[in-house]
Ligand binder design. Structure first.
Ligand code: NAP
Length: 313
């Protein structure tokens, strides 16, 4: 048997036991051991760590690591966190893409069918039909056309929405209008009825959705942020909602999570707060993906494609 795989950064003993069981079942040929119970010899021998939210000191105590497999898709906390430049392989998982695409479609329908307005009307006992908007008359803009953005684009076009997508490098995706690069952003925003944020958090995307970008959106547009909280400037978002330029924001991610009790977002009538649930990691599917990566590594000695440290994703 090859050296053991270190499992690092689980949230408490229950999560650790669950992850250990599922990972061991997905790759019975590997020995997966929680970092905390590894002896010095096992720590010295480990070449691969599977990590949730690892303490960098624990990763530093595994001197033989060749790469780190994350159990999450967003790895901004891992980039630059370790004492040496270790390749980080983030989770790219079909089930996560399916779940995220489903969430994007669900909350797009929520906005298209004016559910926030009907909730307010019910509270005020108001009987007033809103004008119906067809999906084919609405443009949904996707910031990010990666594993999750591309799956969302597919689901949205399948439901009849028009989709425009934005990425760093040029992309060709069936049925969508894809643009790339910073200079294309203002014109793209000006077309969007709903803007969905699915870019990773990097130095370039931190604060990307700010007063200027929000002002570039079509008047009456709505925002869905399913990526990371710091991509949106909260004060600018609230100002855009208060002015009526933006009608609603569905937020799943925040600068501080859980969202603090005194955040104005909790009670803002134009905001739907979700507790980071749009694209949860499905452990069974994630473990199968991790097992695939490990088998390829054992077979070829090649580290799977990882995060580009310079780009930050
Ligand atoms: P990904 O495959 O790396 O795709 C990222 C996309 O963003 C790519 O299209 C990339 O462009 C684009 N991008 C990055 N920086 C950009 C920039 N400066 N300007 C324009 N486009 C830029 O990532 P993913 O798997 O789709 O995941 C996206 C993010 O979703 C994750 O990083 C994570 O933060 C978030 N997430 C949230 C949840 C949740 O539950 N809320 C769950 C999972 C993931 P290129 O194609 O040109 O590289």
């Amino acid at each position: 048997m090859a050296e053991a795989i270190a499992l690092v950064g689980c949230k408490g003993p229950d999560q650790e036991a669950e992850y250990l069981r599922i990972l061991s079942a997905a790759m019975p040929e590997e020995q997966v051991i929680p970092f905390r119970v590894m002896d010095d010899a096992a720590r010295a021998a480990a070449r691969v760590a599977v990590v949730a939210n690892p303490d960098p000191a624990e990763v530093a105590a595994l001197p033989g690591l060749v790469w780190v497999q994350s159990l999450w898709a967003g790895v901004e906390k891992l980039v630059g966190a370790f004492d040496r430049p270790l390749p980080i392989v983030r989770l790219v998982d079909r089930e996560m893409a399916r779940t995220m695409a489903e969430a994007v479609l669900a909350w797009t329908y929520y906005l298209q069918r004016d559910m926030p307005a009907y909730a307010r009307q019910q509270r005020d006992r108001v009987w007033r039909p809103q004008a119906y908007r067809k999906p084919s008359d609405m443009i949904v803009g996707l910031l990010g056309l990666g594993a999750l953005g591309a799956a969302a684009a597919d689901r949205l076009t399948g439901a009849g929405f028009r989709v425009v997508g934005w990425s760093r490098s040029p992309k060709v995706l069936p049925g969508i209008d894809a643009v790339s690069g910073a200079d294309t952003l203002p014109a793209m925003l000006g077309r969007c009825d709903i803007l969905v944020c699915l870019v990773p958090l990097t130095p370039e995307t931190r604060g990307l959705v700010n007063a200027e970008t929000l002002a570039a959106l079509k008047p009456g547009a709505a925002l869905i942020n399913f990526a990371r909280g710091p991509i949106v400037v909260t004060a600018d978002l609230i100002a855009a909602l208060d002015s009526g330029h933006l009608t609603h924001a569905v937020l799943d991610v925040f600068e501080v999570e859980p969202l603090p009790g005194d955040s104005p977002l909790w009670s803002h009538p134009g905001v739907t707060v979700l507790p980071h649930i749009s694209g949860p990691t499905d452990m069974d599917s994630a473990a199968a993906t991790v097992a695939e990566n490990l088998r390829a590594f054992r077979r070829t000695g090649q580290v799977p494609d990882g995060v580009d440290a310079a780009r930050g994703y």
